[in-house]
Design a protein around this ligand. Structure first.
Ligand code: SER
Length: 318
């Protein structure tokens, strides 16, 4: 039987690209984009879009019934920096909507759920270099606490009710099609826009703050590979460590300078510095590689070249 997929948060950084990739695989009419915000023209014109507030539980069910949805990629979330400013709203959005989807799956309305977790599940007591899959997890941000809690519930719903839920702990994601919003890793996208527009960038993280990162192409492919993997290969039902790159603002700036020698960077750390310091620098993702064959393609220089090339076209800059 063919799949019909609902993507929540489809106008966000991941959703915008994921929808287009899923439509290529499953057919335009089989991938329903949904968000409180309008999507870009490409998503809007290529297939169904539903304006959805995921706090409206009956509306989610209506959409699932209307399209006979079989899988949900539940991407809606308030990210780390924003959620620190409105903790209760962040918790509510991230957790309530999660339960609405998981309950639909438990009741048998969905065959599969994909739910994104994050490196934010780790905290200041976690080993920061090559952070293991199974380790100390004492997150100190609202976002991190919500993702950590969600992971526990994913495993619970799988063990207790057999819900086929799959999840990845994303590092910072770098993309040119859509911009991130409200995250601590956003500098690694902003820097490209400013490099092309003004030739300089002021980083809100310190020069030597290392964080795990990934190019969106890799992240989208890995996500779809995990969701399509045979169930028995998905042995971890909380969330998989998932990694490719790890760099500091200084190292990223140097890689950009190889392509744009006049580019300059300075540093003016803000409250996001304290968040970044609680997160890992690099991630050990050997379980993802062993269990379902995860493999990344882009290294730092490939990513920088591809970002600059695509953004030049997008921003119409020579
Ligand atoms: N990119 C996210 C953030 O910075 C981490 O999952 O909040």
């Amino acid at each position: 039987m063919s799949e019909t997929i609902l993507v929540t948060g489809s106008s966000g950084q991941i959703g915008t690209e994921l929808v287009m990739n899923l439509r290529k695989i499953y057919g335009n009419d089989h991938v329903i984009a949904s968000d409180i915000r309008e999507p870009n023209a490409e998503v809007m014109e290529s297939g169904p879009f539903e304006k959805l507030n995921v706090m409206d539980r009956p509306q989610i069910f209506e959409i699932v019934k209307k399209y006979k949805v079989t899988q949900v990629y539940h991407l809606v979330a308030m990210l780390s920096a924003t959620a620190e400013k409105v903790p209760e709203a962040g918790w509510d959005l991230n957790m309530k909507s999660f339960f609405y989807i998981m309950e639909l799956a438990r009741e048998g309305h969905l065959k599969k759920v994909y739910w994104p977790s994050s490196i934010a599940v780790f905290g200041p007591t976690t080993p920061r270099i090559n952070t293991p899959q199974h380790t100390i997890m004492e997150p100190t941000t609202v976002y991190g606490i919500s993702k950590q809690t969600g992971e526990r519930w994913c495993e619970y719903y799988f063990n207790k009710y057999g819900v086929d839920v799959r999840s990845i702990r994303y590092p910072g994601l770098i993309s040119w099609k859509s911009e991130p919003g409200g995250g601590t890793t956003d500098y690694a996208v902003d820097i490209f826009y400013e490099a092309l527009k003004t030739g300089k960038y002021t980083s809100f993280l310190k020069a030597d703050t290392g964080l795990p990162m990934m190019y969106m192409e890799d992240a989208i492919r890995g996500t779809i590979e995990l969701v399509e993997a045979p169930a028995e290969k998905v042995k971890i039902r909380s969330s998989y460590n998932f990694s490719s790159l790890s760099f500091t603002p200084e190292v990223l700036a140097q890689a950009i300078q190889k392509e744009m020698p006049d580019f300059s960077i300075d540093y003016n750390p803000d409250f996001r510095q304290a968040i970044a310091e609680t997160w890992p620098e690099s991630i050990d993702d050997h379980f993802a590689r062993e269990h379902w064959g995860w493999k990344h393609n882009y290294d730092l220089n490939d990513m920088v070249k591809d970002m600059l090339k695509n953004l030049r076209t997008k921003l119409n800059i020579k």
